[in-house]
Unconditional design. Structure first.
Lengths: 339, 320
């Protein structure tokens, strides 16, 4: 609702943005009537709320297509990008933090934290461009060459799994759209159908954007892991465990780590918002047609339906992820009970 | 500690050390202790050094930069667009004009633009945070002190702002206000404001129940007096840290907005927009992308390091 009102507060109307500066008043009136923009704002809001609850997100005035169709095409890319980045950040960030904490006050600790400090200070778009320069130009004739833009190389197509397996889906049905949505996750789609060439191509295209997007969350996760673990390692029960003669590796793994992980999980959940913001920049740098870029274009082009529809989905995902984070506390720390 | 006790303690110390005058002159206040702790932290001092250096560069930009920030060198020197860096010390022929960071797409000296860019980034970071800090902490202080429905409504609104990915919200606000550096500044101030409001509110809630506030109230101080003279000064510590780290975030986000074309507009020498306008040249003139980004990174790093150092110095619980 907030989005709905905010986006309408943007001066400049979709008519002049779309039909051009010289659009006649008559043309604008017809355009507004066709898109329901001539009604009072509150009536528009009421109609919109009803539609959202029936999963009708309206039509984009710019593309003349349903917003849900645009979501089917664009959301999978951003999901894949954000998940790859988050996976990378967690799989590298946590071990780095643990390493720094275990070697506290050594060169390894200082070095890791210096890197983490540089990591949080890095502009995503700059890192992306520099990575593209290094891997697509300097290393172009080596085994490390990686493509600088797009999702797949020219001439490579991802065949949806339902076509590979010869499923008969009714055109335009909900089932067909759900399958289309799932199959637009290229990495996943080609993994389950075993189209390895396409799979590797998709993975290669994803590496640079994911690394660029992962840097800041990775550094933050490493820092939080380190400080959280250091705090726990100073507790009495760790001394007790050591005094019992438990091996150091085991002390860290099962005594300290489980107690130190909660703040880290909280931070991982909070990073999602940063990932979405970063996705706008990353998708711009790597020419990817994802949700972030679409939202940016829609906000600057006054495409109300896209902004609202995408924001509803993005906010929904954000809420769900943070709920999952809360629920995971009970699993990670048995002392916390869900009521 | 009452005055009487302190006198006693000092006399005791006098017996031990015989140095009362110095102790009476310079009581070790919280800030003095913090300063001492801050000096002991290498990373914080590095951050401070970076920031002082940048401030120096920004102030003396006209003396340090060999050319003007928007000076076009066509007809002035024998240079052309996208010329790579030419440094005499590193073997560039002496008869070529020296441009240590190369020439940009509009035949301007990149080094001079980078130097002038420090002015934009530093002022922007400073003003954004000042605005967010003033508005945010006033809101937080009022909400925390008054409580009730005012607190509820204001803080729920802050939660709504926090619920959005900050860069997307900033983009939306700039779309409302129109692109430009000043509007980018306002947008970033708005999206970062809830952080200050929440911290201030939490501080006020804790402090307003303390004994010295009750004492002031018993002595007949008005709510305004209590808020301004007792509560806010004691709540400032975490806000100072947050503000320092906030400058880093503000500079980074402003650069992001400029990169998307919503912040500083050409021909202004701003690092983010310099990077944006030359980003398609990354493969044939990488220096035009490399240096502005490096400048952003070093500046942000400086404020991050200093903020971390200050947090460690000001947080007594971290007294390691």
């Amino acid at each position: 609702m907030v989005v709905f009102l905010l986006i309408r507060a943007i001066p400049g109307d979709p008519c002049t943005s779309l039909l051009g500066e010289r659009a006649t008043e008559e043309a604008c009136a017809r355009f507004n009537e066709a898109n329901g923009l001539d009604r009072p704002v509150l009536v528009q809001l009421g109609i919109y709320m009803k539609n959202v609850f029936t999963f009708n997100l309206g039509d984009s005035v710019r593309f003349s297509r349903p917003v849900s169709q645009l979501l089917i095409e664009r959301l999978p890319l951003t999901t894949e990008l954000a998940l790859s980045a988050l996976t990378l950040a967690v799989l590298v960030g946590i071990p780095l933090g643990v390493l720094a904490a275990r070697r506290h006050n050594t060169a390894i600790d200082t070095g890791t934290m210096a890197l983490a400090n540089i990591g949080v200070s890095m502009p995503v778009f700059w890192l992306g461009l520099m990575l593209a320069y290094i891997f697509a130009l300097l290393l172009r004739d080596t085994a490390f060459a990686l493509p600088p833009s797009g999702r797949l190389s020219a001439g490579v197509f991802s065949i949806p799994y339902f076509e590979v397996w010869g499923w008969q889906l009714e055109e335009g049905s909900t089932a067909a759209r759900v399958h289309e949505y799932i199959s637009n996750h290229y990495i996943f789609n080609n993994l389950i159908t075993g189209q390895w060439e396409v799979f590797w191509d998709a993975v290669k295209h994803m590496i640079l954007p994911a690394v660029a997007l992962a840097t800041i969350p990775l550094s933050i996760i490493a820092r939080i892991t380190r400080s959280s673990l250091l705090e726990v390692m100073g507790k009495d029960f760790i001394r007790t465990a050591r005094a019992k003669g438990v091996k150091e590796r085991w002390v860290v793994r099962s005594h300290a780590f489980r107690n130190a992980i909660l703040p880290v999980v909280t931070i991982i959940g909070l990073q999602l918002g940063a990932l979405l913001g970063g996705a706008v920049l990353t998708e711009t740098v790597f020419n990817l047609a994802g949700v972030g870029r679409a939202l940016f274009d829609a906000i600057t082009g006054r495409d109300y339906a896209i902004v609202q529809g995408f924001t509803v989905v993005v906010a929904g995902v954000y809420v769900i992820v943070n709920l999952l984070v809360d629920l995971s506390y009970a699993y990670l720390d048995p002392r916390i009970r869900l009521e | 500690m009452t005055a009487f006790n302190r006198r006693q303690a000092i006399e005791q110390l006098q017996a031990e050390a015989g140095d009362v005058d110095r102790l009476l002159e310079k009581p070790s206040t919280q800030w003095r202790l913090a300063l001492r702790r801050f000096r002991g932290r290498k990373s914080g001092m590095i951050g401070l050094g970076i920031i002082l250096f940048l401030i120096f560069v920004a102030i003396f930009a006209p003396f340090l930069a060999p050319y003007g920030p928007t000076e076009i060198l066509i007809g002035v020197e024998d240079v052309s667009r996208y010329d790579p860096p030419c440094i005499h010390l590193l073997g560039c022929p002496e008869d070529r004009p020296q441009h240590i960071m190369g020439i940009d797409g509009n035949v301007r000296d990149q080094f001079s633009r980078i130097i002038y860019g420090s002015r934009v980034s530093l002022t922007l970071g400073f003003f954004t945070v000042t605005l967010a800090l003033l508005v945010g902490s006033s809101i937080g202080a009022l909400a925390g002190y008054r409580g009730g429905w005012f607190d509820n409504i204001v803080m729920r609104f802050m939660d709504v702002i926090l619920g959005f990915p900050s860069l997307l919200l900033a983009i939306a606000i700039v779309a409302v206000l129109g692109p430009g550096l000043r509007n980018a500044l306002i947008a970033i101030a708005i999206v970062t404001l809830p952080g200050y409001a929440r911290v201030m509110r939490a501080q006020v809630l804790a402090i307003k129940e303390s004994d010295y506030v009750s004492a002031s109230r018993a002595l007949g101080a008005s709510p305004t007096q209590i808020l301004l003279r007792r509560v806010i000064p004691n709540a400032l510590t975490p806000l100072v840290v947050l503000a320092t780290l906030g400058i880093a975030t503000a500079i980074l986000e402003a650069a992001g907005l400029s990169f998307l074309g919503l912040g500083a507009q050409p021909p202004q020498a701003e690092w983010g927009s310099m990077l944006a306008s030359e980003r398609n040249q990354v493969f044939n003139a990488p220096h035009l992308v490399f240096f502005p980004g490096l400048a952003i990174m070093i500046t942000v790093l400086g404020f991050n390091l200093m903020g971390d150092g200050m947090r460690d110095a000001l947080d007594p619980t971290l007294n390691r």
